[in-house]
Design a binder for this molecule. Structure first.
Ligand SMILES: N[C@@H](CCC(=O)N[C@@H](CS)C(=O)NCC(=O)O)C(=O)O
Length: 136
């Protein structure tokens, strides 16, 4: 089955509902307790929604607390990929080749678009959130 389109026939951006909207909380009541080094962001420097997350992480000084991996800015029909290149790299956390693997690991039946940014939990091996608003 094809994923929903990113662009309408008239060229407008087609927003899709965020698929994963869990939260990291200080008391852990969400199932995702705040822990240094536990969570990692997958971002693209070619994505304005991901830019917001990159900027906030830096402004808050969270670079040592939340890891970050940058995908290859060139996206083909297999979606976002991890490759070594200027400003991007292979995935040292999970060894994923494509970001779609993070989505399938979280929900094997996922049929939506595979978008950045994504917050990944290294303990439960799943996406916590792909909602850039919530992540900010
Ligand atoms: N979360 C954003 C959307 C994020 C988004 O669409 N990211 C784009 C890059 S800027 C993406 O990953 N697109 C991949 C795709 O649609 O296949 C929203 O509120 O609409």
């Amino acid at each position: 089955m094809l994923s929903p389109k990113e662009r309408s026939d008239s060229g407008a951006f087609e927003r899709q509902e965020d698929a994963f909207t869990d939260w990291v909380t200080a008391d852990g009541s969400s199932g995702f307790p705040a822990e240094s080094g536990r969570y990692h962001l997958y971002v693209s420097l070619a994505c304005p929604w991901a830019h917001r997350i990159v900027i906030v992480r830096r402004l808050k000084g969270l670079q040592k607390v939340i890891g970050m991996m940058v995908v290859d800015p060139i996206r083909d029909d297999r979606g976002w990929a991890f490759r070594d290149g200027p400003g991007c790299s292979v995935d040292p956390v999970n060894g994923f080749e494509y970001l779609s693997e993070a989505y399938s690991a979280t929900d094997p039946g996922y049929r939506g678009r595979v978008i950045v940014p994504v917050l990944w939990d290294t303990k439960t091996n799943r996406i916590v959130s792909n909602s850039d608003d919530d992540l900010m």
